[in-house]
Ligand binder design. Sequence first.
Ligand code: DON
Length: 304
Amino acid sequence: MQDYQSVLNNIYKELINKKDKGEVASYIPELKNVDLNTFGINLQVVGDKSYSVGQYDEKFSIQSISKVLTLAKAISIEGHNLWQRVDVEPSGNPFNHLSLLEQENGIPRNPLINTGSLVIADILVSQLKNPKADFLNFVRQLANDDSINYNEAVAKSEKETGYKNYAGANLLKSFGNLNNDVDEVLDFYFHQCSLEMSCEQLTKTFYVFANKGSCMLEKAHLNKSHTKRINAIMLTCGFYDEAGEFAFEVGLPGKSGVGGGIVALLPKKFVISVWSPGLNKKGNSKIGMQALELFTTQTNLSIF
Ligand code: DON
């Protein structure tokens, strides 16, 4: 038996006083007011207990982590048809990179880079009656928590400064890979990124991807083939041009966001969420990655 609580406590002690915690994202102005020293972890063992340390119940902006959730919703509606509009290859480039999209005729490399997620947002805007409300309900249902919400100030702040996302959406539109109005798709995208959750809520939301027998699979209209593929995409594309490093150091499917959150999972075994808002040069939580490396090394639990 593993003493998970001691493992988490030791990781917290080892990392909380680190001098170099990276830098808080400032390109979305509303995100920069977060305390660099906040640090929380929540672990849910499948079919068993939950363990936490630090500010595990404080809400933060999940940002790109939402891309996995919109992908899940889109797959639940379109099934594997959606792969005609977005590929499943790692991009080896930053999350907001654009020139590859032009070279590859408007088909984004994968659904976890910004332009890939804009295609997914376009699908949801087309398919959902009330896109923002219906997607929020889907997330609340996965987490079994109606307190989860968008942060309007963060969505507005990104709308005012998201020049590269406007460029990406227009590029997709020029290739005929965006059916709806650019502004409508971006409004949905900025809202999905503004979702706020604590580590504990994030873990609960992603439990469906770890527990293959979950009754939530049916409720969310997902099947085991869907979650298998979503987990594969998280492993190969969840950390952009640092996906190789994350697989090498941590060895789990996962997803990061520029709010400093990371969620990762070992199918059938556990889901773990970490939040430390300082980012490394690739836009992933610096301390978050270190914490997960320590966790999988000390528990000897990874997919490899
Ligand atoms: O579109 C953006 O730039 C942000 N809303 C999300 C980027 C993000 O979280 C990248 N992740 N590490």
